[in-house]
Structures are given as C-alpha cells and as structure tokens.
Design a protein around this ligand. Sequence first.
Ligand code: 8YV
Length: 314
Amino acid sequence: MKPDILVLGSMWSQEMRDQLRQSFACHFMDAIPGAGDASLETIAGGIRAVLTTGMIGVTPELVASLPALEIVSVNGVGVDAVPLALLADKGIHVTNTPDVLTDDVADFAVTLLLSTVRRLPLLDRYVRDGKWPARAPLTHARSLKGKVAGIVGFGRIGQAVAQRLQGFGMEVRYFQRSAGPAPEQRSSSLLALAEESDMLVLCMPGGADTRHMIDARLLEALGPEGTLVNIARGSVVDQDALVAALRDGRLGAAGLDVFEDEPNVPQALFGLDNVVLTPHVGSFTVEARRAMGRLAVANLVAHFNGEPLPTPVV
Ligand code: 8YV
C-alpha cells in the first residue's frame, strides 16, 4: 500500500503531482488547514509524511494532529517555518533542498543588487512613459566596482553571492555569528560590517535567532548612500524601520525579494523610486524548481524505502 502523504502548497507542477502519485497516496491542500478542518480530520490519522514549501512549513498544531507522522520534506533550503525542536523530540525526520538552488538564488541576489543600484525598473518606466523623447531629467546611477559588499550569512548562498560580486570588482566582507571561511574577510560585528559596506546583501537563515537582526541602528550605519538587498527572509529585517529609513532618505536604496508578512508588502514602499520589489522568487527558475522538487520527493522515497535520506536537516 502506498504511504499517505499530505502535500501542502499550490505550486506543484503537473509533472511533480504525477511523480508523487506513483509512489504515494497524495492528499493535496493549498495551505495548512485550520483547526477542526473536516477535510483534514478524515485523513489525519493515516498521514505518514508532509511535503511542504519553505514558506508554508508546518505548524506545531498540524504536527499534533498527525499521530502517524514520520517525516517532513521541505521543498526549499530555509526551514524557519518548521518547528525543528518539536519534530526532533518526536523523532520525526526533516529534510530540505540545499545546493540545487544555490546558483540561481545567488544570481538573483546579484540581479536584485544591480537592478537596485542601476535603478532598472525606474529606467524601464521612463521609456514606457515616453519620458525619453521629452528628455525628462535622470540622475546618474552608481557603479559596483571598487565598492564594499557586506554579506550577512556566509553559508552556501552567501559564498556564491560573494564569488559573483568579486567578479564585478567589489571588495567582499561578511558577518555571521559562527566562524566561516576566509577569516580575514569577516567583520568583527554586524554593525561594523554595516559601517564598512556600501551594499549589504542578506543571506542568513530566518527564524527566532535572526529576527530583526537588521534594525534601525544597522540601517543608519549603512546610511544614505547605502543599499540593502534581502533575498533571505522578511523576518530578518525590522520592516517598519526599513520603510521609515527608505522614506526619509536615511537609507539610500533597497532591493527586496522577501517581506515580513508575505504576500503583503507595505503600501508605503510602492511610491518609492529607491526600492525594487520582487515576489520571493530567488529560486523561481525552471531548473532550480525542478531540481528542488525532485530532491524533496527523493527524500520521501528514500525514507519509505528505508534508505539514508539524501539531504536531512541536521
Ligand atoms: C522558495 C525559499 O520560496 O528555499 C527557500 O528557502 O525561500 C525558496 O526557495 C520556497 O521554499 C519554495 O517552496
């Protein structure tokens, strides 16, 4: 008999759904069902695995309602939406999809940085709105070469971003709490990094440990000429402080792919020309999403075959 699995999220392609159905009895739900949801109650007792997205994760309530749960497979590298300690306590495995998305996410971080400093959306609007023939004034953008890029979180993605930015002639420094590679590039503190950097790229994991790590003081240190790029999680930035700093010109510019309450984005950002906004799409390529999906399924298949998990979260 195929194991019963709960598949959360609306982003699964037909290819993925067909592949999943070959090995599992699938119960698809767009989001985590609310308490007392009848459609979950009828199947909850038999669910042995949850396949979920990085953003949806699972809640402690959902875990409590699934007595036969053995494994949670996250289709994403970030596991901040998953109660890891609770799952470990219960002996429930957790897997994610590292590596296969690193290059595309790093490419996107650079795309967002360049779009922000070169103000690509503004220039596109300039042409579409017919301002070019009218010779409407435009101010010069800024270059990357010779500037300091500060990377917060120097894991796989942070290092891939650093490599790319070095290729643009930037000096790279980083900060993370734990020791990392290239100790000579590590700033003594996050505040020091913000003070030393022209552009700050956020690549750290989300979750309680990093919540609001980028606060008003940090933004102030980055300053009116500084640029912030966030491809990590909305939670790592104090969003109200960010909006205020951008609005008042205390922070130069920001490229934001992630937000505190997705898909809701503060209206106050919509009218600002020094901001580029994208809808959490760092890994949103055909190639990365296909590889992520396959790895997320491979983890489930390995578990039910009694084989080692390809990418357990440790
Ligand atoms: C996705 C992500 O948005 O990997 C992550 O942690 O944030 C993204 O790749 C998401 O996980 C897709 O399910």
